[in-house]
Every structure is written in C-alpha cells, then in structure tokens.
Design a protein around this ligand. Structure first.
Ligand code: PMP
Length: 453
C-alpha cells in the first residue's frame, strides 16, 4: 500500500480488505493512510476511558476522583535529590549504562526483603525486574496467550490489564467477586463450563489486595481455595499485587505466591509504595517461566533502566522505606475515611465498598442511573470519576463507578463527593421524569474527540 501522507480524510481509499473508516463530518480529521496495514491484534486497542478523561479531569477546577495517581508529597524530596546527585557522581558509568536483562542483582535481593513482608520466600534468580508491573503483565500475556485463548479475570478488573489482554486478542471471561474477593464457587463453575465448551483457559488474573477498582480484599480463607481450583484446572494464576503493603490496619496478608511457587506468577511494583516515576516493578515466576520472561523482556526493552533500579536500590538501602510506607498508609487511611464519610453524608442512596487499604472504592449508583452517561454532567459539575464500564471486557458496569481517594486532600475529596451528590440528585430526577433511556441518551458528544472506534 502506498502511504498518502497529508491527504485529507475522505480522499483516501482504504486499502483493500481494510475496515471502512468513517469520516467525521466537518472535523477535518485525516484518515490514517496505514489503516489497512495494522496487525489484527491492534483492532481491540482503544484509549482507556481513564486516559480519555485525563486531559479535562486534571484541570485544577475539577476534583478528580478518577485517576489512580499516588500522592507523592510525603516523599523526602531533598534526600532523594541528593541521593540521585550522588548516584550519578559516584556510579554514573553504571547507572547510565545498559544493564542485565533480568535486572540488577542487588535490587533483586532487596525485592526479596520487600516480599518477605507478605510471606514470600524466593531466590533472587526467581525475580525479573520490569518497567513497572504493567510491563510484567504485558510479558506474561505475550508468553501465554494465543488469539482466542481465555483469560479468566475478576468482574470488575484492572483496566490496564484488560487493555493488555485485548492487545493479545485474549478472550476475557469475568468471574464475580464479592466483599471477600473472587468467589471460589463461581470460579469453579466458570472453569468447568469453559472446559466443557472445549475452550483453552490459560491464565487466572487476580488482584487479591485492595482491589482496583473494587476496593475489596481476598480473605485468607479463600486464597488456598482459589489456588487449588486454578491448579486443578491447569490454569496459571497471575497475582497482581501493587497495593498489598498499603493496608490501613494490621499486617499484610500472605500472598497467594507464598502458598505455591509453581502455579503462580506474582507481580509487584514500587509505584504505590514509593514512586511510579522510576517505572520499576517485578515478576516472580516458576523457574522455566522466569527464563522465558527474561528473553521476552530483552526482546522488548533489552534491559530495565539501570538508573531507575539503582535509584530505588539506594532508596531501599539508605532510607526508612518501611516508615515511608507506614506514613503512606496513614495518609491514605485519612483520605479513605473522608471519602466514606462524605458518601454516607451526601449520597446515602448509593452503596459502596469500604476498602481496608489501597486507593479505591467501588460505588453502586442508585437504580436506573448510568455512570457512563452521567460522566459529562459530572465533569460539568467539576468532579470526575471513572465509569464502571472501563473495568469490564464485555460492556457491563454502567451501574457502578470507581472513586479514588489517593490524590486529593480530604477537604477536596469531601467537596468532590458533594458535587457528585448534586449530579446524582439531578440525574435521579431526570430518570424519574423521563426514564433511564432518556438519561442514557442525554450525552454530550464532543465532535472534536478523536475517533476511538
Ligand atoms: N496492576 C494494578 C492493579 C494497578 O492498579 C496498576 C497501576 N495502576 C498496575 C498494575 C501497574 O502499575 P505499575 O506499572 O506502575 O507498576
């Protein structure tokens, strides 16, 4: 196909066999001249609802209860700056050089220390350092998923994982969770049904602690049961655990990986317990899988950033990182309390989960309301959230929204919930007068928005 750069949309004929790409009338949007060239796996790619929201939700006049950005104000910035300075002066030729594909050995040892807090007993060789746990998710999916293979995931599930599964053309089948986490009976039933349909189920993806977006935690009692069911069905369990150390009370629960080192791939991250900007996460995998993970990572990125790894390694060695995590937990607990208190005061007609850690609460709207339809009106009222639909692969979730309490101050959280309450009240009135269908149709369509089809 000949590229036709610069031609206005509508004057270019899509390549034979390519999907017709409709013109947005009057917008001047250009047709992608490569439309017929993309790999099949790109067809499911779209901007996440969260990213599409970011531009407007981040404006200062909007209270954003949407994003999952950790609040970094409590980090010892002066000490971190001095440490970065010192790192480049004293070890610059290493920090700025290529490194090992598996990750820095010293950091891998320190990661073991972090994981010991959740009962994981591993060897540094079992650990693969990645560019955030997001890259680990990508690598694991790349290793195991052929188009059409099934990934079983909680309903709802982390939006970034769904994006990865979609990119590798997995078929995501959701299994319900409740306030105690993934429901074992429902998992058993789903796996049996899939097996009897002759489907190939490769992965069970779960976020056991302080779930994103549901805010719930898998109970201690359920962990071995879930593991046993996955193993009996020959399904590898992916335990994604970026929030496990951010509980608001008590000790961290033992990771599922602490029960089994052969049937689980564990994903960890420094993004929420320290800072996401260095983009350092890790995977712990059974031996043979770990070798393949390293090869896959090398082909993707050669090696994770040495500078980032050494900065984190220095932080872990020289700072009271446990004390920092404790401070984060206290800060997030205060914000959780502000959020839950404000919901009870201002939107008592909704229901919500009360998270024991992490960043999110999952709110069920009063009957008849649609979180996706309501969102433009919420933004107009200067408050943002993420519609529940972002967290399902199959279009469910409009009756829920995710509210995050990690970033705004408690006062801003209360103000955000007050604004949300006024939107919920007027939407409820609309539903009462005109019915749910009218409320759904009343959408504000931005004619300049990029075509995400
Ligand atoms: N898993 C979950 C459940 C998350 O919430 C996130 C970030 N929001 C990630 C993985 C990715 O985190 P990172 O790549 O920053 O480690």
């Amino acid at each position: 196909m000949t590229p036709t750069h610069g031609e206005p949309m509508g004057q270019v004929t899509p390549a034979p066999g390519s999907a017709a790409h409709p013109v947005r009338p009057g917008t001047g949007t250009r047709l992608d001249p490569w439309i017929g060239a993309y790999a099949d796996r790109t067809h499911g790619m779209r901007a996440s609802e969260i990213r599409a929201l970011f531009a407007v939700a981040n404006r200062p006049e909007v209270v954003s209860l949407a994003g999952g950005m950790p609040n970094l104000a409590g980090l010892p910035m002066q000490a971190l700056a001095e440490s970065a300075h010192e790192l480049i002066l004293s070890r610059g030729t290493t920090a700025l050089q290529y490194g090992s594909g598996q990750g820095d050995e010293r950091l891998r040892e320190q990661i073991l220390e972090v994981m010991r807090l959740e009962g994981i007993d591993a060897h540094p060789d079992d650990v693969v350092v990645t560019t955030g746990s997001q890259q680990a998710l990508d690598l694991v999916t790349r290793l195991f998923i052929n188009p059409g293979d099934v990934v079983v995931a909680e309903a709802p599930s982390y939006v970034g994982a769904l994006g990865v599964f979609r990119a590798y053309q997995a078929d995501v089948v959701h299994v319900p969770l409740d306030e105690h986490g993934l429901v074992p009976e429902a998992l058993e039933e789903t796996l049996q049904a899939l097996q009897s349909e002759g489907r190939t189920v490769k992965l069970l993806y779960t976020v056991p602690n302080f779930h994103n977006p549901a805010g719930v935690t898998m109970t201690l009692e359920r962990r071995p049961r879930i593991l046993e069911i996955a193993r009996r069905h020959g399904v590898l369990l992916v335990e994604d655990n970026p929030y496990g150390l951010l509980g608001f009370s008590g000790d961290p629960l033992p990771a599922i990986r602490s029960l089994d080192d052969e049937g689980v791939i564990y994903l960890g991250s420094f993004s929420k317990t320290f800072a996401p900007g260095y983009r350092v996460g890790w995977a712990v995998a059974p031996h043979a899988v770990r070798e393949k993970l390293v090869l896959a990572s090398e082909s993707a990125i050669l090696c994770p950033s040495n500078a980032s790894q050494l900065a984190i390694s220095t932080y872990l060695a020289n700072h009271d990182w446990r004390g920092q995590i404790k401070a984060f937990r206290e800060m997030y607990r205060e914000r959780r309390d502000a959020m839950i208190g404000a919901l009870g005061e201002h939107i008592p007609e909704a229901t919500w989960t009360v998270p024991e850690g992490g960043f999110y609460t999952w709110v069920r709207l009063p009957a008849g309301l649609d979180a996706q339809a309501m969102l433009p009106r919420a933004i107009t009222a200067r408050v943002a959230y993420v519609s529940g639909t972002a967290f399902y692969a199959d279009g469910q979730g409009a009756d829920h929204m995710r509210l995050s309490f990690c970033y705004p101050t408690p006062d801003r959280i209360r103000e955000g919930v007050r604004r949300l309450a006024s939107v919920v009240a007027s939407e409820s009135e609309l539903v009462e007068i005109f019915g749910t269908a009218a409320h759904r149709e009343l959408r504000i369509v931005d004619p300049t928005a990029p075509d995400l089809a």
